[in-house]
Design a protein around this ligand. Structure first.
Ligand code: B16
Ligand code: MG
Length: 210
């Protein structure tokens, strides 16, 4: 029986993925590195540093550690500026209704995100008090598909792996969930790839499997 749901943030609760893409695109253009939406799909769920490593696969020069840090900071500044535009209206369809349903039915809720901007985003969309447990990019050493973020969330919820469900939009995130031995509901890009134990177009469909 499912007693807790661990939500990924970006691409599940709110569509910040378009802002990540726009910021990375601006950096890639500045550096004359080819970058498109297809490559961007590989950045879903992985840390900022690992995302840059993927973009730099197409770079024609080697970058120093100082240059890499400057690029990470440049991208994050652009991204954080765009987060100012986010409001509760940006919460993805079905999410609020599902969260209310879980609260009414005493099913615990957690966030398991790779983002170091998680708290800022949750505050912008008015959901910072909505979760029993929040594990974000500031609290982990290994990025998805490593299971660390979900294992920490599961521990915080004080539930067995079989009592939890992860909701993810990233292929790397579904892999992380499986590496933690937790079943995954895939939405968005991960659902298009059919990698989840369940592949849904709207998170509200989760009600049917509880
Ligand atoms: P930040 P999630 C992830 O969030 C994003 O999907 C990924 O594109 C991003 O690189 C990562 O957070 C780190 O974000 O730069 O804000 O620390 O999907 O795990 O909620
Ligand atoms: Mg995501």
């Amino acid at each position: 029986m499912i007693k807790g749901i661990i939500f990924d943030l970006d691409g599940v609760i709110v569509s910040t993925d378009k802002y990540h893409y726009a910021a990375w695109k601006q950096l890639a253009d500045r550096e004359n590195i080819f970058f498109d939406e297809q490559i961007n799909n590989r950045l879903r769920g992985v840390s900022r540093r690992e995302s840059l490593n993927i973009i730099l696969e197409r770079a024609s020069k080697e970058y120093s550690e100082a240059e890499i840090n400057e690029m990470l900071e440049y991208k994050n500044q652009i991204y954080r500026k765009s987060l100012v535009n986010i409001t509760p209206k940006d919460i993805l369809p079905g999410v609020k209704e599902l969260l209310n349903y879980l609260t009414i039915n005493c099913i615990k809720k957690a966030i398991g995100s790779s983002s170091k901007n998680t708290m800022l985003i949750l505050e912008r969309i008015g959901l910072s008090d909505c979760f029993d447990v929040i594990v974000d990019g500031t609290m982990i050493s290994h990025t998805k598909p490593d299971p660390e973020v979900f294992l920490k969330a599961q521990k915080g919820l004080n539930l067995a792996n079989t009592e939890c469900l992860v909701v993810e939009d990233a292929v790397a995130g579904v892999e992380a969930s499986h590496n933690a031995n937790i079943k995954a509901v895939a939405v968005g890009d991960a659902a298009l790839h059919g990698v989840g134990d369940y592949n849904f177009s709207n998170v509200l469909e989760i009600k049917n499997i509880l």
